[in-house]
Design a protein around this ligand. Structure first.
Ligand SMILES: Cc1cc2nc3c(=O)[nH]c(=O)nc-3n(C[C@H](O)[C@H](O)[C@H](O)COP(=O)(O)OP(=O)(O)OC[C@H]3O[C@@H](n4cnc5c(N)ncnc54)[C@H](O)[C@@H]3O)c2cc1C
Length: 453
């Protein structure tokens, strides 16, 4: 599998992975095909995931700028077509209490409002007519240990007080009787506004809206070299960037990097050593029988995540399969080792012993994008008009759309809220060549913490 820490390109026109989404979502809407000749554009966006598509859509609709999106493979070939489809009012891994301590009440609330706007923006785009199978509202955060339930109750009370957030507290018995009998769950809190959907269909919907607004989306167009020149072009004095794709060079005034966890090695100095791509693994089971559902009391379609450091997440899909996810391999070379999928299946079976006979129908993984400070950053290099948004830390289905909208404002020269999300660059990883060693150490620390504390 493509490994962003080792490979210089994610490939060209690679097919979607063999995922449940790719197999069951029907045919992709049409796009504009590969770049086949040299072109000159105002704005080029690299990467056709949610970030790139949202940026292009908002540039066209709100600022009258028709961007060209360059995608190495297929639309949403990266995380956007492979994720679990949880729409949550969050991104990154930084807690609101940490933000409050670090930056104060006002900034913390500003960030919360941006995360909430991400969910509203997704909802309003779906309401315009994206057929992406949204499920019943509800996000359940389960305590994987009795002491973690106390922490969840404290968190719920804090969020009720700070944001007037509608958070319900569920004892182990209530959870088991009203939602699902997860044997590894010691109680939970439940947010009323999270939900699950089909992430690939969501991205395809954004693509259709963007093209209808005049955006061009070029699949099979990996940017293989990036040459920066000072404004010497006579017809377009400010044109600076030459993006070399296999069959044509795109010359652009402004370039948006929307490649997140799939950013190739050494792609651009602005983002070198600023992120850590980490594999998240998903399995989807065969459809459960009525007996299996009854024996597990699996009543809910709400999205579920636990309190572990190394989190597990799951949901019951519309056709009664279980999607179950957690950490994957460390390197791309071992990503397809069946050990990782089988490990998830065995954890699923400890949660629901009635599912002993269930098999894996689909298994795949994808690169989430970790930031050193656990926060996504949407940033602009003032000197040469390069913009980026990345570092969602595995939680970007809703926020990347808000990030794309803010990126569009930056590209259009508008003012964005003065928040660390938007006014600070991604911090650089110290000892960057050793990031994978650090990750290995973190996995061991997480394992011990989750088991013993
Ligand atoms: C297994 C898994 C489960 C997840 N589950 C959830 C979830 O339930 N909820 C949630 O909120 N978040 C989840 N996430 C995270 C979420 O999917 C991402 O935060 C989000 O999709 C990021 O979107 P993006 O557009 O920034 O990046 P991506 O969707 O990764 O898009 C980047 C694109 O850039 C392209 N690219 C890279 N290099 C080049 C180049 N040189 N030239 C041209 N194109 C290039 C790639 O091909 C890719 O298509 C999950 C992620 C994974 C992997």
């Amino acid at each position: 599998m493509y490994d962003p820490l080792h490979d210089k390109s994610p490939g060209c026109f690679q097919p979607y992975p063999n995922s449940y989404w790719a197999e069951t979502s029907g045919t992709a809407p049409s796009d504009d095909g590969p770049i086949t000749q040299d072109i000159t554009v105002d704005v080029a966006i690299i990467g056709a995931g949610y970030t790139g598509l949202s940026c292009a859509l908002h540039l066209a609709r709100e600022h009258g700028i028709k961007a060209h999106v360059l995608e190495a493979n297929q639309t949403a070939w990266g995380c956007s077509g492979r994720n679990a489809g949880f729409i949550l009012k969050s991104s990154g891994r930084k807690s609101f209490t940490t933000m409050q301590k670090q930056w104060g009440e006002e900034v913390m609330r500003g960030i919360y409002n941006e995360m909430a706007s991400g969910v509203s923006t997704v909802n309003s785009l779906i309401a315009e007519g994206i057929d992406c199978d949204p499920q019943a509202l509800g996000y359940i955060k389960v305590a994987h240990k009795a002491n973690k339930f106390n922490d969840l109750v404290t968190l719920a009370k804090l969020q009720q007080k700070m944001f007037n957030y509608d958070v319900q507290i569920l004892s182990r018995e209530q959870l088991h009787q009203e939602y699902m009998a997860d044997k590894n769950a010691f109680g939970a809190i439940r947010y009323q506004d999270g939900f699950g959907l089909n992430p690939l269909k969501l991205a395809w919907g954004y693509q259709t809206f963007a093209r209808n607004a005049g955006v061009q989306i070029h699949t099979g167009s990996p940017v293989e070299h990036w040459l920066t020149q000072s404004g010497s072009n006579k017809t377009r004095p400010s044109a600076q960037h030459r993006l070399v794709t296999p069959n044509g060079i795109v010359t652009a005034d402004k370039v948006v990097i929307a490649t997140n966890g799939y950013t190739p090695k050494g792609f651009h100095p602005l983002i070198t050593n600023k992120t850590l791509p980490v594999l998240s693994q998903i399995i989807v089971t065969e459809p459960l029988s009525d007996e299996q559902i009854a024996a597990s009391n699996f009543l809910t379609n709400n999205v579920v995540m636990d309190t572990r450091e190394l989190k597990y997440y799951y949901r019951k899909l519309p056709d009664n399969r279980i999607l179950f996810g957690g950490r994957g391999a460390i390197t791309g070379k071992s990503a397809e080792d069946p050990y990782y999928a089988n490990r998830l299946l065995s954890v699923l079976k400890t949660s629901f012993p009635a599912l002993q006979a269930v098999n894996i129908a689909y298994a795949w993984s994808g690169w989430i994008c970790m930031a050193l400070d656990d926060l996504p950053h949407i940033y602009q290099n003032q000197q040469n008009n390069v913009f980026y948004s990345m570092g969602y830390c595995g939680s970007g289905v809703s926020f990347s759309v808000q990030a794309g909208k803010r990126l569009a404002e930056k590209v259009a020269g508008k003012t964005v809220p003065d928040l660390p999300l938007y006014n600070k660059a991604l911090p650089t990883f110290p000892f960057a060549p050793l990031r994978r060693v650090g990750q290995w150490g973190f996995f061991h620390y997480g394992k011990i913490k989750d088991q013993w504390f």
